[in-house]
Write a protein that binds this ligand. Structure first.
Ligand code: TEU
Ligand code: CA
Length: 553
């Protein structure tokens, strides 16, 4: 495999609104990010992906962009952004922007012009179609609930939005529109961003006949997921995008791709793939319900282990996936992937270890490094996320009580990961001296960066060691390029693998069970590189793991 500059790096996602506020408005900002660069550097981070900071009405927290060339004033100015680029560069760090080009905001100038004249030049930047017999053009359900078609008042036209109605989908069949996007992307690359995390990109290909599909719910609609799976040919659009933009700059790209066709992996992340890498969501999708969050289900350990090893095997000779436990759309990893009894420091270190040492590019999400948890809200009003509001409604329509629907949100809400970063135990977790835009998790008194910096056994200090190991001169090569060989897959509760290259082997052994487990193998005289407990019990032919223990040998 041809080596790339980013292969041996560690990435971190910043959700800027909740990271660090420097001007008392309760909203994190660019100056906040700049002031924490040293913190991230010390943690071992090289690549920083920042969720959208462009001008936006914030209906979907910046994933609805009204001007691609402006920094939203809540976050700061373009000068501050340039300072961020320069400060990152000084520290050998790379800034990756979020690229949201499946849709824009309904407040974008293009859409405002389109609304005035759906049949005109800008109408063709979007998908305007006439309704059928008083109904929308097709029975697509948007990701956030309800029809994906919104009626334009006073006309026969509807426009398509796969997400919120304030996020109209852009017409990728219009060369003029595409040219505007490409110019914009190149403008940011010229500025010096290292690349992009590419939002919801699988959605760009549409069946232009917009045929209705078999309904999958009592509303007579069919989910956006199925709509995407019913079309072919996204690859041509992605190649064109790459050729006109990323390729010329050797930009790093990480795509958010949910429902790729199975045999397309090479085309997506192979040596000449559409993208540098893409997230491995195989574990995340395990909990998906048929209809929504209300029928989502807990993840079984065996499935979790199986799908991760399957992904590792599939990309082995193809390329690198980006491994994650959390992001801004998902509940916290500690709550989601750990059994209740292991939802503590030991368990969190164990989960972090098995994820970070996989083959692929590790991404941490802000707060993961201190083991932040889901946040309980007292009522639906306390949630801000548009997706959560929609799922709450769907749960009630399916017959759940208010209390039950709220519990569904507690387990699934995207706001779980969006509560402010917990820096210290001063009011509002040191995130802001103003009023935070979203509730601060009350557990900040104990779970915060400052406490953990002072405690040598903290999750934070463990993560530092873990990332340092991954990047150490001695083990970097095997941990970056070595094969990932699953071990003890017949043993319940054991997540174990070896990373192997040129005769060097690193074992990662974790016990997710409640019982001690003895694993036999030639672990004798192995050097303990990491251990989340104080002891490591070896004898001649075996090693014994306590519950929630992880060893790296
Ligand atoms: O998410 C795309 C996506 O497929 C989401 O519907 C995801 O499945 C959902 O959030 C899980 O609950 C991206 C962004 O990551 C998300 O924050 C945006 O809301 C969305 O695109 C629209 O831009
Ligand atoms: Ca601010």
């Amino acid at each position: 495999m041809k080596k790339q500059w980013w292969h041996d790096k560690v990435a971190y996602q910043i959700y800027p609104k909740s990271f660090y506020d420097t001007n008392e408005d309760g909203i994190g900002d660019l100056n906040g990010i700049i002031s924490k660069l040293d913190y991230l550097k010390e943690l071992g981070i090289d690549i920083i992906w920042i969720s959208p900071i462009y001008q936006s009405p914030f209906v979907d927290q910046g994933y609805d962009i009204s001007d691609y060339y402006k920094i939203d004033e809540r976050f700061g100015t373009m000068e501050e952004f340039d300072t961020l680029l320069a400060e990152a560069k000084k520290r050998n760090m790379y800034i990756v922007m979020d690229l949201v080009i499946n849709h824009c905001s309904d407040k974008h100038e293009w859409f405002q012009k389109a609304l005035k004249d759906p049949e005109g030049e800008y109408g063709d930047y979007f998908y305007f179609r006439k309704g059928k017999n008083g109904n929308p053009p097709s029975n697509y359900r948007s990701y956030f609930g309800g029809s994906a078609w919104e009626k334009v008042e006073g006309t026969d036209y509807y426009y398509l939005h796969m997400f919120a109605k304030e996020q109209p989908d852009l017409n990728w069949n219009n060369p003029k529109m595409l040219n505007e996007l490409y110019t914009m992307i190149n403008w940011w690359l010229e500025k010096g961003v290292a690349g992009f995390r590419i939002d919801a990109i699988i959605n760009i290909k549409k069946d232009l006949e917009f045929k209705s599909l078999k309904p999958d719910g009592p509303d007579g609609l069919v989910s956006a997921w199925r709509v995407v799976e019913s079309v072919n040919g996204v690859g041509e659009l992605l190649e064109d995008l790459k050729k006109h933009t990323f390729e010329k700059y050797q930009a790093f790209t990480v795509a958010e791709v949910f429902n790729m066709k199975r045999d397309e992996l090479v085309e997506f992340v192979g040596e000449n793939g559409h993208f540098s890498t893409m997230f491995d969501f195989s574990a995340h999708t395990l909990s998906l319900g048929e209809h929504g969050w209300y029928d989502s289900h807990p993840i079984r350990f065996e499935d979790f282990r199986r799908v991760i090893f399957d992904s590792q095997a599939e990309c082995r000779d193809v390329g690198f996936l980006a491994n994650i436990i959390e992001n801004h759309d998902e509940p916290r990893g500690a709550n989601r992937y750990l059994p209740l009894y292991a939802q503590n420091d030991d368990g969190i270190k164990m989960l972090g270890t098995i994820s970070v040492l996989l083959r692929g590019l590790p991404f941490l999400y802000q707060g993961q490094e201190i083991g932040m948890r889901n946040c309980r809200m007292e009522s639906i009003e306390e949630y801000d996320d548009i997706n959560t509001q929609g799922e709450y409604e769907m749960a009630m329509e399916a017959g759940l009580s208010k209390e039950e629907a709220l519990e569904v949100c507690y387990e699934n809400s995207r706001d779980n990961a969006r509560t402010p970063m917990q820096w210290d135990n001063s009011p509002n977790a040191g995130f802001t001296t103003g009023t935070p835009w979203l509730k601060v998790n009350p557990n900040y008194k104990t779970i915060n960066v400052k406490n953990q910096q002072e405690d040598k056994d903290s999750v934070l200090n463990y993560y530092k060691k873990l990332l340092a190991l991954r990047k150490s001169e001695e083990y970097k090569d095997v941990l970056t390029y070595g094969d990932c060989v699953p071990m003890f897959t017949q043993e319940p509760d054991i997540f174990a693998y070896a990373r192997e290259k040129d005769g060097q082997t690193v074992y990662v052994l974790a016990n997710f069970g409640t019982e001690k487990k003895t694993l036999t193998g030639c672990f004798k005289n192995r050097k303990v590189l990491l251990n989340n407990k104080t002891e490591a019990i070896f004898d001649d032919a075996s090693v014994t793991l306590e519950p929630a223990q992880v060893l790296v040998l």
